[in-house]
Design a protein around this ligand. Structure first.
Ligand code: ADE
Length: 227
């Protein structure tokens, strides 16, 4: 898989890809991640990437030309399955979306800044708009990093234990059960005895029951929402 990220601030994006699972996935060639500085595609001497909004109003708007030139260049090199704009008014990211995107070959992520991009970018150049939640960030970079993390860890072979993404919270529509490790007793706080009983079917049943109990208590919407 290849992910091309178009951004005004590549330095905001580097560190998430330089540690842990994402770093390993890149080193193992499971994914290629490239950053493209939008300023390199500015057409004028001042390298201007934003301008005042037509009709007035507060805030600057990201211009269409540099974005179009950058996307055109990338598209001339390979076909893309999705060109995604990160924006707080997009479709809200969830595990289904991450699963779907993890099966794609090439995607572009466009990070917004200021008041956002010229609407014509959204109307004509983008295939999908994704938000990471109902709050406003200073730009799309941190949202892009979160989206990348949620996708890359699902690519086959990226997680050491192949089954571990399958047992994540949300993966089967509910939250994951509580987990414990040694020591079995700490400060009088004990691990549930069933987990150290060696009775695998009983452990499985306990995990299922706890997962449902936790989902009912913390996210009852997951048991009623069917999307
Ligand atoms: N850019 C600014 N805020 C955002 C959000 N919540 N999700 C995605 N992109 C954003």
């Amino acid at each position: 898989m290849q992910i091309d990220i178009i951004t005004l601030f590549p330095e905001l994006l580097s560190s998430p890809f330089e540690a842990s699972i994402l770093k390993r996935a890149i080193a193992a060639n499971k994914v290629v991640v490239n950053f493209h500085n939008l300023r390199d595609y500015a057409t004028d001497k001042q390298k201007q990437v934003d301008d005042y909004p037509f009709g007035g109003g507060a805030g600057m708007v990201m211009k269409i030309e540099p974005i179009d030139l950058c996307i055109k260049k990338l598209k001339s090199e390979r076909a893309y399955d999705e060109i995604i704009y990160l924006t707080p008014d997009g479709e809200q990211l969830n595990q289904n979306i991450a699963n779907t995107l993890s099966t794609k070959k090439n995607i572009i992520l466009l990070c917004g800044h200021y008041k956002g991009v010229d609407q014509r970018v959204r109307d004509h150049l983008i295939t999908r708009e994704i938000s990471i939640g109902d709050f406003v960030l200073s730009g799309g970079e941190l949202a892009a990093a979160i989206l990348c993390d949620s996708i890359i860890r699902l690519i086959p072979g990226v997680l050491g234990d192949e089954s571990s993404a399958l047992t994540d919270s949300f993966q089967d529509g509910i939250l994951a059960p509580p987990i414990y490790t040694r020591p079995a007793q700490y400060m009088g706080w004990n691990v549930p005895p069933i987990l150290t009983s060696g009775n695998t079917p009983a452990v499985e049943k306990w995990r299922e029951d706890k997962a449902i109990e936790k989902t009912k208590a913390q996210r009852p919407d997951l048991l009623t929402d069917k999307d």
